[in-house]
Design a protein around this ligand. Structure first.
Ligand code: PMM
Length: 288
């Protein structure tokens, strides 16, 4: 069944969708404040659309490890002008927020997806709010805020535990009135996960698919790619590869996630990930 809440052009796509990342934050670990000014953020969102982004994911609150929360007002001041302008320009906009009030305001401003990295855990009002919106809803695996998440990376079996926890979240979401046909799940790479937890989850994307929802993968420029690519430095431990140097590895994950049947990839490097998902799809099918 087609995913509910998305524009028809996206529900008909026969390849994984590209969700371009637009962090409208001064301290985002990837963008470092480049896009803080609304004008610059809007221009970057439009540029990503031209490069082939199917969706632009607008976020106002950093989820960088150790990041502190901001107020709802600050978050909405950052994201709403950008959501309005991009939606008016015909971009399919996703709002990356853990707050029900921001989700509601952004969908009213034109967003068609609520991307909730907390999977509903950060705000008791989120499921009820999303149930009435008619938007798609990304339920990401999460165990706690960025300030504490590194301590929560403890699993008996990371794949089974993440599937069980996402299963519980999605069941709660449906019980609160959210249409199951509007739900997307995401393993939450890097959120309460050590590097090998992320690799184990990627190797087992099929287990996430057993939940019965489309699967979104967000590996772009994350720490586990930086540490994989660390250059040996003398006899000591290597320095992680810098952010921008992680894009080819992100593209490789996009190709492999596509071959494994992912519904979408959330990336900074839109143009190359778009090529990569086509390679992955052709690889899996044995034809173009
Ligand atoms: N990662 C980040 C933020 N939002 N949303 C989803 N659905 N999945 C993710 O993996 C995810 C996310 C953090 O990364 P960023 O700071 O580069 O945006």
């Amino acid at each position: 069944m087609a995913l509910q809440g998305l524009p028809a052009a996206l529900t008909g796509a026969d390849r994984p969708l590209i969700m371009g990342i637009l962090n409208v934050t001064p301290d985002s670990f990837s963008d470092g404040g480049e896009h803080l000014a609304a004008e610059a953020a809007i221009a970057h969102g439009l540029a990503m659309q031209l490069q082939g982004a199917d969706i632009v994911d607008v976020g106002g609150e950093s989820t960088r490890p150790g990041a502190q929360r901001i107020t709802a007002g600050e978050e909405q001041d950052r994201v709403l002008p950008v959501v309005v302008a991009l939606a008016q320009a015909g971009v399919a906009v996703s709002i990356d927020t853990m707050r029900a009030s921001t989700a509601v305001a952004a969908v009213r401003a034109g967003a068609c997806i609520v991307n909730d990295v907390s999977g509903g855990l950060a705000d008791d009002e989120m499921y009820r709010a999303v149930a009435g919106l008619g938007a798609a809803y990304v339920v990401m695996h999460w165990r706690g805020p960025s300030s504490t998440m590194d301590r929560q990376a403890v699993y008996d079996n990371v794949v089974a535990d993440v599937v069980a926890e996402l299963g519980a979240r999605t069941a709660d979401a449906v019980a609160s009135g959210i249409d199951p046909a509007s739900i997307i799940v995401d393993p939450g790479l890097g959120f309460a996960k050590e590097a090998d937890h992320n690799w184990e989850l990627l190797r087992n994307l099929g287990s996430l698919q057993t939940l019965g929802f489309p699967v979104l993968v967000g590996a772009s420029r994350k720490r586990f790619l930086g540490s994989l690519l660390a250059e040996p430095k003398g006899a000591g431990s290597g320095e992680p590869r810098g952010m921008r140097g992680r894009d080819p590895a992100t593209d490789a994950v996009s190709a492999l996630a596509s071959a494994a049947g992912a519904w979408g990839v959330r990336v900074h490097d839109v143009a190359n990930s778009r090529d990569a998902v086509l390679v992955g799809r052709a690889w899996a099918r044995g034809c173009a």
